[in-house]
Write a new protein. Sequence first.
Lengths: 768, 768
Amino acid sequence: MNQDYIIPDNWSILEEGFDAARVEASESLFSLGNGAMGQRANFEENYSGSSFQGSYIAGVYYPDKTKVGWWKNGYPEYFAKVLNAPNWIGVNVYINGEELDLNTCKEIRYFRRELNMKEGWYERSFTAILPNEVEVAVKVIRFLSLKRNELGAINFEIELKNTDANVIFEPYLDSGITNEDANWEEKFWETLSVKSVEEQAFVTAKTLKTEFHATAFMQSSLFKNGKVLNAAFEEKVHEDKISFTYSSEVKKGDKIALHKFGGYVTDMNHKRENLIAAAQAVLEGAVSAGFETLLQEQKDAWAGIWEMADIAIEGDVKAQQGIRFNIFQLNQTYLGEDARLNIGPKGFTGEKYGGSTYWDTEAYCIPFYMATKNHEVARNLLTYRYNHLDKAIENAKKLGFSNGAALYPMVTMNGEESHNEWEITFEEIHRNGAMVVAIKRYVEYTGDFSYVPEKGLEVMIAIARFWQQRANYSTKKDKFVILGVTGPNEYENNVNNNWYTNYIAKWCIDYCLASLEKVEREYDSDFKRIIEKTDLKEEELARWKEVSEKMYFPYSEEYKVFLQQDSFLDKEIIPVSELSRAQRPINQKWSWDRILRSCYIKQADVLQGFYFFEEHFSKEELEKHFDFYEPLTVHESSLSPCVHSIQAAALGRMDQAYQFYLRTSRLDLDDYNNEVKEGCHITSMAGTWMSIVEGFGGMRVIDGKLSFNPRIPEGWDSYSFKLNFRNQILKISVAPQKTSFSLEGTEPLEILVNGKPVAVMPSVLLTV
Amino acid sequence: MNQDYIIPDNWSILEEGFDAARVEASESLFSLGNGAMGQRANFEENYSGSSFQGSYIAGVYYPDKTKVGWWKNGYPEYFAKVLNAPNWIGVNVYINGEELDLNTCKEIRYFRRELNMKEGWYERSFTAILPNEVEVAVKVIRFLSLKRNELGAINFEIELKNTDANVIFEPYLDSGITNEDANWEEKFWETLSVKSVEEQAFVTAKTLKTEFHATAFMQSSLFKNGKVLNAAFEEKVHEDKISFTYSSEVKKGDKIALHKFGGYVTDMNHKRENLIAAAQAVLEGAVSAGFETLLQEQKDAWAGIWEMADIAIEGDVKAQQGIRFNIFQLNQTYLGEDARLNIGPKGFTGEKYGGSTYWDTEAYCIPFYMATKNHEVARNLLTYRYNHLDKAIENAKKLGFSNGAALYPMVTMNGEESHNEWEITFEEIHRNGAMVVAIKRYVEYTGDFSYVPEKGLEVMIAIARFWQQRANYSTKKDKFVILGVTGPNEYENNVNNNWYTNYIAKWCIDYCLASLEKVEREYDSDFKRIIEKTDLKEEELARWKEVSEKMYFPYSEEYKVFLQQDSFLDKEIIPVSELSRAQRPINQKWSWDRILRSCYIKQADVLQGFYFFEEHFSKEELEKHFDFYEPLTVHESSLSPCVHSIQAAALGRMDQAYQFYLRTSRLDLDDYNNEVKEGCHITSMAGTWMSIVEGFGGMRVIDGKLSFNPRIPEGWDSYSFKLNFRNQILKISVAPQKTSFSLEGTEPLEILVNGKPVAVMPSVLLTV
């Protein structure tokens, strides 16, 4: 743990006291998002200290030309970068001509931030003495509207504490921004127009290469002691910036406030020629509603989300704050209404990694969205990959595959690969398997098989084709092998027969074959359409079956475990506990070759397979593999602790499960890896949710039924969560020795509790 | 083969006819060098067509900031780039005010280049009609003096064919140059001063970061019909350029010529404050000798080199031209007088690859220099690595090794690693072995063991330490294994137990142990000094021995061959002959992962081990391995054909040996890989020499004696070469059924011919 300044609270993220060294970390932690746009917690007024500026528009990206020392065939031409978008939040403030800048104030007497997760707003308040001795008390509230997702609102209020003074607010829009993360120090935006219509201002810019057009807009009003001031203002127009200057004489003790409404409209949702009109419509709606009404809408919208998504924990405020922070960020990042969008690993909290979509979505995020939202949301996430199928086929073609085989990209924005390390881009092919696991989970959980004949089966066929072509027959082994891969553990590269990869490859083929049979039986016209479209022949199926039946799995007779890869046991096996603290994290201390030949595991690999396919193995097998691999795991990926937490809980090791839970739920709040200033780890936050629901709660779907094995960490009074299971809402509350279920549905629901069937009736609280 | 325009000739490289598409290739092929500086065959006069400008100063480099997509710990900060140096050859020419530019001439009636390898000069002659209808016949001779290695000389002669005209020569110096190969488009040079003293001009510039100071200089004289003209000239000085303008009225049929002397002096050889004085001394010597005398010196110097280094082939002019081109380029690149220098893979013919020193030097180049020069030259090459030992130890430390273990860099200029691909930089560690092989070859060939106690043993100890630490004990195998390496075949990365690497690792330890014993017995004071300096203890030696004795070697019982690496037989084994032409070269057609999991071999790997350690194996074993591996080899490295040529010859397969010989000797002349415009493949040229001497001639050193198994390709009348063996000069001539030896020495020499001992007497020609 590297920091401990966030004040524990059930519903808010709180910081007190100003420390310039924490500014960038807090900019990440107090980020806002509404699924369509997002904003790091940058100050509205100018700040001359170190800061990492970030405003983001979902789906708007820049294809940054690939930077690589040694080009390899098959590398993509570009890396899709999340873009810092034009600034709409900026408000310069001058008091008696002195600029308000927390970096130059003589004294900061008070400073507090609150991210109110329950209601979805962010407040910053401080008292400061400016270099000219004027003392100001400032309170700024900001939110990005969930209901009107092109709109953000700011209430910037100043009280003069020790003197009368002239106060100038200068709200502005600025498209002259840069990205921290740019390969070639190029500009990503070109400003097209800067204009105003009375009190409204608009800056329209387009991204270079991708040609996304976006209009940032604003309109402001001035209030004194809560009453609107129809003040005159002066307009300044620059090449890529526009500002309005509001000047007023303010008396000591008076409160002067600027309400600024702003945001973005883009050509993803409007015609280019209508962008300004669309912006005007947003502004007019906002102005006529007013700040307070908009804020109330926001509180209502978040109440709606929490109603379904909340996990309440009694008796452990840090754990409570952790899980709510995770759930809040997931909902800020992605709300599931737009099948063009996905869940970026940093969400709207930073630029790092680029691209929006990793296998994280399928492997970690889908269960959370499936259980806490309408099932349409998970279907949209699946459809996202269906829509990218042609590009995945093209991608596989570039790597020498044929006949409609698909390889989904490691990282993507629009379906094209945008990562460029050969050992990852070309070899971390297990990602293909997660696409099919997500379909399987969706079908099992929602009971909606119709997605398979409609879309899923085509994806499965293309992936089965890939695996069949990618495996090759080893005469030596009389088995099919998969050579030269990187498994989920990225601390081994270019290995042979990664067990996880081979296992998921075989499973993908088998699941596709079973789905084909079911679709043939039950969805005749879909079956015909798909067979025709994919030109799938019996001979090909025979080849798939041969590969599946003869797939090779490395196994150690000595340890009775599947081996991570062929040569794992040639390594020196020394548990992490014997590795000195000074050597860790190994990814910062060791050269890459040393990491690769070590036995240390970055994140669940064989155990990831045991997580996805738990039902294929006995508890004794799980235990044996957990005891073999976990002690060698350094958990240097944010995605590692959650899977181990779930498995530790399944093995009844609640202490260990709880330690892993804390590590995943407070990863960013406590900044375990000393990097939160670059942004939060959004996708792993879904893993935190799984740690409670699947880990402590032991939730599984078994034979179409929800099943629970509820446990509770020591010291917790209770925890509770809701699940949308097949369109019925089930609430589960767990307290020591006492679990209760209540159902908001119309049909009775048969569930399994500790392996025993139990019927839950609507509107009846059942305690077991 | 991609081109066929070089005219076969025994002693010259000839091109006739002007083709703009060939300009860049010819710029490489007609390059000049004198070991201290070099020059692509760029035109002196302006050329507005496509050209790749290159002037190089040996040892002067720029540390270009590493460009990499994803940083890995241990990567070097920079990549040492060979630098395009200030231009000293430039001479602008104007005829009646019209610029002479072969790209804009109305007609080029005649165009011829000759690189006279026998005498070491380059001549370009052409007849052209300018846009203003003036017809000129031009002849330019250029050379870089071997005797005065800071000096180059140009004789630029023009004859007016159809009219009287005004002719202006404008010789210049220019430091405003760029590199084709720059990571960040930065400038590499900063001009410090531009000045003149009467007819002499000087441009002093320094390289950024490395701060090499170099002064380019020039002085010119004008001649009409062979008589000096004391013409007035006009000086023009720019920020980084200086020129003198000589204008004369010339009559039709007259010949007007400019003699330009120029070159570089640098602070590698002079004090910075004396650079201009040093340049003046060079110029004064040149001017007082005059062009013709300097040219005669050049012819004499090359005669001296050829006297010893030539290989004469009768009956096959293309083979003759090929080998002489190779020998000529090697001597242009490196003459062995300066232990700070080495043999860059492109020599002075291009920028590609950067750095000057690869394992090519030890693996391929040392035999050539050892046999054709004073043994001091090979000793200098060994000393180069001894001088870099501390940096090699530092380099190993960065990768986690300790106790004085050394890892020599993959690519270097000054001893520091300057390559940055993890699978090469960190894993292609077999290069360490070549350092010791070179010492062994030196000792065997020269009989000079004194290098070992003086310097070599320290290198060997540091390398033995590396291997002992790098191997790890596999309980599964009860053997020591070496995991995660790239062998000489760079088409496999991060493999386990590459046989070549394991074999050379064990051998390095054994050879070091044997050398330690010999030094202890025979060089007592050296032994004490080294043991003290290296702090070498008995316990450590015991660990070395354990690793050597229990080293693991992958072997196939089925095929009775050592396996290239543990998993080689899991691959699909399909010979290259069954691979369609359209798929090749695979490094241009396939993605990297596909190459890696294929069975295709870039260059000798197991066979490289059989080459270095031929005496450890029977001919049957060689044959078995050759027949297993060669058919899987795509020879996509310039270093591949020579080793296979030698082994094919050893197996008596002369046709195959000859095919490989042609491929290596005419690789650049015939531009097999369509890339000669980037520069020539200098280091592999030493392999060509080996193909004849060790391949066709069957030369080996066996128990301290020279041994031959002479063979001759079909169609050759004879071939002959000389060897400096232990300071006696032996000349070998091979004709069908008849080999003769003559000795220029003082002692009789016992050699082995076809396994039988034969005494060669001084001054007696022995025919067997």
